[in-house]
Design a protein around this ligand. Sequence first.
Ligand SMILES: Cc1ncc(COP(=O)(O)OP(=O)(O)O)c(N)n1
Ligand SMILES: Cc1nc(C(=O)O)sc1CCOP(=O)(O)O
Ligand SMILES: [Mg+2]
Length: 594
Amino acid sequence: MGCLGTISYTFFLLSYSSRNPIRSGPEGFQFSRALKSSSRSMYRGLSLRTSMGEETAASMARQDERPSRGIECSVRKVPHVLTVAGSDSGAGAGIQADLKACGALGVYCSTVITAVTAQNTVGVQGVHHVPEEFVGEQLKSVLSDMHVDVLNIGNMLLLGAVLNCCVLEMLRLKQECFLLLRLSMFYVKNSRNFQFKAALVVDPVMVSTSGDVLAAPSILSVFREELLPMADIVTPNLKEASALLGGVQLETVSDMYSAAKSIQSLGPRNVLVKGGDLPASKDAVDIFFDGEHFHELRASRIKTCNTHGTGCTLASCIAAELAKGSSMLPAVKVAKRFVEVALDYSKDIIIGNGFQGPFDHLFKLSRVCNSCKGQRFKPSDLFLYAVTDSGMNKKWGHSITDVVKAAIEGGATIVQLREKVAETRDFFKTAEECLEMCRSYGVPLLINDRVDVALAIDADGVHIGQSDMPARVARILLGPEKIIGVSCKTPEQAEQAWLDGADYIGCGGVFPTTTKENNLTIGLEGLKTVCLASKLPVVAIGGIGVGNAHSVMKIGIPSLKGVAVVSALFDRECVTTATKMLHSVLMDVVSTPN
Ligand SMILES: Cc1ncc(COP(=O)(O)OP(=O)(O)O)c(N)n1
Ligand SMILES: Cc1nc(C(=O)O)sc1CCOP(=O)(O)O
Ligand SMILES: [Mg+2]
């Protein structure tokens, strides 16, 4: 017996509209009628009236009382997509793409694997279908235990007639998934702020990008008649849209509008017809139709061969955004933007020898690593640390980019933008320009205080003080690769900076300064104390210039790596000359034996 016949529907069905099951929110929830009953239940974990089903329901009721896993921690709900798809050994598409896309968007992704392919960038060398019972086993495992927000039915599901049953199974499971979600909502609604947002995303992979038809005609009808009416969104490419509509020619944007409308009339609540293959189109145009309104979504067409997996990725991103609570159109827009950026980022990467390569979903991570050229922070970068000051630039009629360039040409080894008065938008723009400049010289650029600006421009890091955002939080926000410096005046602060995951400390004021108001001067003795205690590299700051830099560096404590200066460089007519002079003093210290 196929999967279909083995499902038990011995459970109370919720007030349920198969046309629009997720539209009724918590208010619409009620047990109303029993559906069919059957004595056998293969999927007892999904059945709510069998003993196993009652257990499932009960276990949901107990979620708040779940036994401690040995660690005391608060409970945080994670958006969760369950993706049902095939495995791509080349990892560009299928399950692997779904996992990466969801991960990149901060959403948990569980998986049900329907087929395993031997595949690379050259082609598909083999397909091994997972037996349908075992597809069911996987579904049961996930759905009976975990809270799933969105079901994403993707690539490879329809590959091979054997999966016919599984398509139908999906229909049941979609219903059961809703039931579970609604039940879990019922049980937890008094104890948690639970938002019901289950949805079904369907990527109708029937025709591959290379033009191969992956779905048998019999499956097409199952698809049209059974799966589409359940879908909250279906995302066909031009060839799939054509196949769904009986082979109509789709050659223009106007054809795509008609196709979106016709497919929507088959039942899905929303349709996204993807025009990536549209001939003679400058942009990548997709047509979104929600049954009432059309939206023409355009993105720049990225010139790249690395497009394998874009369809799965787009669908997964939509699912991920829905799981986070987004409504449909914004989810589609975010997904499209994600794919565009990922393609652009990956346009020149080379993986495999085939014609169509994969792209990098985790570009955000690699961007950080690449920008640091494999070594994110070198303590020696603290040697001559230039900290800018907009007041001084104004006084001398200097632009910030000019002084940054001048300082670097004079020998600055790291630059910090310290901007206390500018509007955020102006600072953001300036910081972007300075970053480009610093990158061209291979000098790290840090942002003073503003973790948001550092993140926005992808700067190399931040410098924060004792009254700024805690370094521990900045580390969480910036990730492991960015440089974080912390101002410290005491050994205790230095210890805390180390615990919080900082990379270096700035220690001062070594001498009195007029650049920073009400700054406590700790003197050379205070500097020595902190340097001796610090597990992190130290840069000295405060009133340091050509006249006293020598005495600072001469304390000779190994953790002291350099000096940070503002006025000695920037309260000068010629910043390059001032920087060169300080650089030469510092070089004298390191080249003179004690
Ligand atoms: C290298 C370096 N050291 C110390 C400071 C001072 O930071 P903070 O105490 O946060 O004071 P402000 O610079 O924000 O006024 C620094 N900026 N750089
Ligand atoms: C920004 C800053 N932080 C200090 C600290 O002691 O933490 S002293 C200081 C100002 C340093 O400017 P100048 O080089 O012109 O004295
Ligand atoms: Mg600060």
